[in-house]
Design a binder for this molecule. Structure first.
Ligand SMILES: [Zn+2]
Length: 315
């Protein structure tokens, strides 16, 4: 049995949670600088257990919050294998029942002993894990996407998660087509929030699907045998791919750091056609088409924050 990190020091802060209508109208107006067609509305969340999303719970409602677990300093310069977390322990810390968690992590080496991009998607109910998480990893260079079974409760090193009770509630529905600006989908939204709510931190989380057009993603290969000190070291180690739609991605974005040493946005993808990983940007902007369901988080919970930190590797 691998050693699991059970010491989970937690800091919590309230986020600025503007009304959904206010955020919808802001994004509707301002995303037009990056896309030729934009439509943002407040809607009742559709059933996210259905295609194309196939998540563990139906909605994003009930005590919506962001979670940042660990961090890139546990990957750089060396992978800290003792930073293996049990999703059930983290859920218990959050005191959300049931806890529906979506967002990126590293894959658990207890399941596949290699670098892997994990899209955590799990319900923890009465301490029991209902695991719909997927990992993407490289098997002798070939991309593999796998569902993580219920009896594998671990994830590694990092987590940028949106947590709620999985209830059907009002959410933001963001649709846009044809990218005309240089910002990627998430950076575009994050920058608009940062500019509008200066000095306050607004956090969103949930799921999007890239419906049309290819995208650049990366997948971590086997653990690096040389230390990773810089963004360039990390880029040289990771494997980058152009992948095909539809790609579903889960994760979070937050407009300000709040002194918590946060990763400001992070999304991991999966698909039914054997492609997935860390989502960067669509690579066929004239074809790009997105559909997202996001909720506004009320608080952020910073768990097992690295004592020694750096800014490298937050690509
Ligand atoms: Zn990632």
């Amino acid at each position: 049995m691998a050693a699991v990190e059970r010491n989970l020091p937690t800091e919590s802060k309230l986020l600025h949670a503007p009304p959904l209508e206010e955020v919808a109208s802001l994004l509707n107006e301002q995303m037009k600088s990056n896309y030729s067609w934009v439509d943002v509305q407040v809607v009742t969340c559709p059933d996210l257990t259905k295609e194309p999303f196939t998540l563990a719970c139906k909605g994003l409602g009930g005590q919506p919050r962001l979670v940042e677990l660990g961090g890139v300093p546990y990957l750089m310069p060396w992978c800290r294998r003792e930073k293996l977390y049990d999703i059930r322990d983290v859920a218990k810390r959050l005191e959300v029942e049931p806890a529906f968690i979506v967002g990126p992590s590293m894959g658990p080496w207890t399941f596949r002993d290699t670098g892997a991009e994990m899209a955590v998607c799990a319900e923890v109910k009465n301490g029991k894990l209902n695991n719909y998480s997927r990992i993407t990893w490289l098997d002798k260079g070939k991309i593999v996407v796998e569902r993580v079974p219920d009896n594998e409760p671990h994830c590694g090193l990092i987590g940028n998660w949106f947590c709620s009770q999985g209830l059907t509630d009002k959410v933001l529905q963001i649709r846009c087509k044809k990218r005309t600006g240089s910002a990627d989908f998430i950076s575009c939204i994050r920058q608009i929030l940062q500019d509008r709510y200066k000095g306050k931190s607004v956090g969103l989380g949930g799921v999007f699907v890239l419906k049309e057009g290819k995208a650049q993603l990366h997948v971590a290969p086997q653990y690096s045998k040389t230390p990773l000190h810089s963004d360039q070291d990390l880029i040289d180690w990771l494997k980058f791919f152009d992948m095909s739609p539809p790609l579903v991605a889960v994760g979070t974005l937050v407009s300000e750091d709040l002194g918590l040493d946060l990763r400001l946005s992070h999304f991991h993808s999966f698909s039914d056609h054997g492609e997935g990983g860390h989502f960067h940007i669509d690579t066929e902007p004239e074809k790009a088409e997105y559909l997202a369901y996001f909720s506004v988080a009320q608080s952020i919970h910073r768990i097992d924050r690295p004592a020694e930190t750096h800014q490298a590797g937050r690509i």
